[in-house]
Design a protein around this ligand. Structure first.
Ligand SMILES: [Cu+2]
Length: 450
């Protein structure tokens, strides 16, 4: 179990932090177990929302729009939206299968040339020709890929997605500006033979065989980014911007800053920021009761970064198992298992990690499958907080926020997951925002709530 061991916060400050965070998440998450309606689609409240179709052909239209930040600000952004959909941030999560020929028609409504590059894909074509860097007559690099011209231009990119994994797609034109403006999204390539594995490879260790199989009901994406709002104001007003003055003020996961990160997918008060990042799981129970429908595989969390800074991210309460980095599965050429458990994943600019995340059911202690006995403490010894206490309960109840009837009505508990570069958990200087989300762990199925 891990906690704030590297934090510089003293105990009173830590307790205050816990209190504030818990109230924020209970207010934000409450009542969000079910399905929400966003636009014309019915989405699950939590987990990765894929944009996909059998032909693996997507039309992406550039649009301008605004996002809201928790300090009450609005920030002008750009994005790729699917077809005629309105502006959204970040751009859609494109999901395809290994072997698909992926075709992306880019229609540009902005007053700047834009493009798309696909890091990790090879032999990408642009209008049928190799997608290559572009230069002006003076030999100066103008774009990393052929562009869709400003004010109505189009460009069609295509490639064969022959390598399963988690990847970015992003603008290759003035990327320092355009990626910060929001021209990016996640691309997921699933193994054709095993759609619920992250990668095809199996690892062998002694008599044991390991795969990257995961629970399809617990698949998450966390796309980390940052914003300099002064850059965005300059772009909106058509003013020049000196990149030497670049300074991030906002940090976002899936286009939202905490506490919006833990709100459900399609939250109506975030109309252009459709994706939440709450990791919502049930404990791992190796010995479910008779008749219990149960998927024994761990959650899969796909981490990506399009920032300019390193993001040291960690979930509290439990390690993750890193099974791939930058679309490369961690299996040796001889089948050696090279995955590893880690507290903090240091997400560098442009990097991706695939991580498996599981939770043991302490109430079903088993000498073989779950050999660490956990003593459930006395209720009066539990703290009002978000940290693991060995109990399925959060602790004693105090006065509830206005409008709240109960605290953890399902017996669930919450663990913070955040970036430990603490300036990156702010929103233009306001603390406890930015790169923070939570894991919610419900009691084993079936329970009172689901
Ligand atoms: Cu921490």
């Amino acid at each position: 179990m891990k906690h704030l061991q590297s934090s510089t916060m003293g105990k009173p400050a830590r307790l205050l932090t816990i209190l504030v965070l818990l109230v924020m998440i209970l207010v934000a998450v409450n009542g969000s177990n079910g399905v929400v309606t966003a636009g014309h689609q019915e989405w699950p409240a939590h987990g990765m929302i894929c944009t996909s179709n059998p032909s693996a052909t997507f039309t992406l239209t550039t649009r301008g729009g605004a996002i809201s930040t928790p300090d009450g600000n609005l920030v002008y952004m750009w994005g790729y939206s699917e077809a005629e959909n309105p502006f959204q941030h970040p751009s859609p999560v494109l999901c395809v299968n290994e072997g698909d020929t992926v075709t992306i028609v880019l229609n540009n409504t902005l007053s700047h040339d834009v493009s798309i590059i696909f890091p990790g894909q090879h032999d990408v074509l642009a209008n049928g020709l190799p997608s290559q860097p572009q230069f002006d007559l003076g030999g100066n690099l103008t774009s990393l890929a052929p562009v869709a011209a400003a004010n109505g231009g189009s460009m069609t990119y295509s490639f064969v997605a022959d390598s399963p994994g988690t990847y970015l797609y992003e603008s290759g034109t003035e990327p320092a500006i355009q990626v910060n403006m929001g021209l990016f999204g996640a691309l997921v390539v699933r193994p054709a033979a095993h759609l619920d594995w992250a990668y095809n490879e199996v690892a062998i260790s002694g008599d044991d065989i390991y795969t990257t199989q995961f629970n399809p009901d617990a698949e998450f994406v966390m796309l980390f980014s940052e914003i300099d709002p002064v850059l965005h104001m300059a772009v909106e007003q058509g003013q020049p911007y000196n990149m030497n003055n670049y300074r991030s003020r906002y940090w976002l996961i899936n286009g939202r800053s905490f506490p919006d990160t833990v709100a459900p997918n399609g939250a109506e008060w975030l109309p252009s920021q459709p994706y939440g990042s709450l990791v919502y799981i049930h404990p791992h129970n190796d010995d479910p009761g008779a008749g219990e429908a149960y998927n024994p595989y761990p959650a899969l969390i796909r981490y990506l970064s399009v920032g300019t800074e390193n993001y040291p991210h960690h979930p509290h309460g439990n390690h993750s198992r890193i099974v791939a980095q930058d679309g490369n599965v961690l299996v040796g050429s001889g089948g050696e298992d090279m995955s590893y458990e880690k507290f903090t994943s240091l997400l560098g600019p442009g990097q991706t990690y695939d991580e498996l995340f599981a939770w043991a059911d302490v109430e079903n202690w088993n000498p073989v499958t779950n050999p660490i006995p956990v003593t459930i403490p006395q209720l009066q010894n539990l703290t009002f907080g978000t940290f693991y206490s060995g109990s399925p309960y959060l602790g004693t109840s105090d006065a509830l926020p206005v409008g709240q009837q109960v605290l953890n009505s399902c017996g669930e508990y919450y663990h913070i997951a955040h970036n430990h570069a603490l300036q990156q958990i702010t929103a233009w200087g306001i603390v406890l925002s930015g790169h923070i989300t939570f894991a919610r762990i419900d009691p084993p199925l079936p329970n009172d709530c689901n």
